[in-house]
Write a protein that binds this ligand. Sequence first.
Ligand code: GDP
Length: 355
Amino acid sequence: MSLRCPIVCVLGHVDHGKTTLLDKIRKTRVSQREAGGITQHIGASEIPIDVIKKVAKDLLGMLKADLKIPGLLVIDTPGHEAFTSLRKRGGALADIAILVVDINEGFKPQTIESINILKQNKTPFVVAANKLDLVPGWNSKDVPFVLNFNEKVQHPNALTEFEIRLYNNIIKPLNELGFDADLFTRVEDLTRTVCVIPVSAKTGEGIPDLLLMIAGLAQKYLEDNLKLDVKGPAKGTVLEVKEERGLGKTIDAIIYDGIARRGDYIVLGNPDGVVVSRVKALLKPKPLDEMRDPRDKFKPVNMVTAAAGVKISAPDLDRVIAGSPFRIVPKDKIEEAKKEVMAEVEELSIETDEE
Ligand code: GDP
């Protein structure tokens, strides 16, 4: 058994910088010359662990652990609607979350709402204390936060302003909600204390620190859940149903476990029953440099291993809705998959009724 990528979701109050932060994360590169960077999936981006280790090489020692996960799969759509609509049996699809809080504004209604949703789902999270560049006097650069957080780089007044905001706007409200929290450099046990990582989605400061801490936390918390049974059928959730030119109705989906193979059968659950169809194509986005014609956006693949975002083309998907759970299985496993999917639909609708 090997570990799969943890699935990461970004939450937080409107205008605190979720979209900007995701954009910045997606632009993480090792260097111009070195190959390696983000792989674009459907609806998600994958950051390979080698990239995280390289950009955060100055702070690897802080983790006191070897990173064995293959990378992070970050869902491209931020916000708590995306988080709550992406479900699997037993809870949220996302394994881990980044809660974005503007360090200058502090907690707002949707910050608290996000925390409540994370609590309900028992989803571990880190806090990205964003807009660090707007702390008065702060000298923000595209470097790891740990290299920029000292008297040689920052004026003493800026350091004081930073500490005041960190405590009043982030740590204190977290304490009031029952969480032990601290600046990540001062955290001893990642599973007990919420890590606060100061970042600027504008300058890129702190992004390496953030990626490393999520990877470390994901591995510590979730090692058992992330084990991947490579022989198992694919389990997934529908992100969106989309009409594509030349393909008809397709579904964009996240596969969180197992392997999906072209030619196998997709068994989907809807509130009104189960739909079975044959997988005609599994599609990934084509890298920009291979895209000769903008209409030709996707690249067919024979199989997809979790965790991954993929577009699925199959006939008769008209009744499928976003949030539907599914399995992709060989013919002889269809009946078994139907039962599983039915049970999952029932459980998911019970959970939605309670909310
Ligand atoms: P969202 O609603 O949480 O997705 O927030 P956005 O990413 O749309 O950001 C809201 C505004 O804050 C935009 O004008 C961004 O340019 C700005 N913004 C986001 N992050 C930063 C940051 O780190 N520093 C500064 N100065 N502005 C930021």
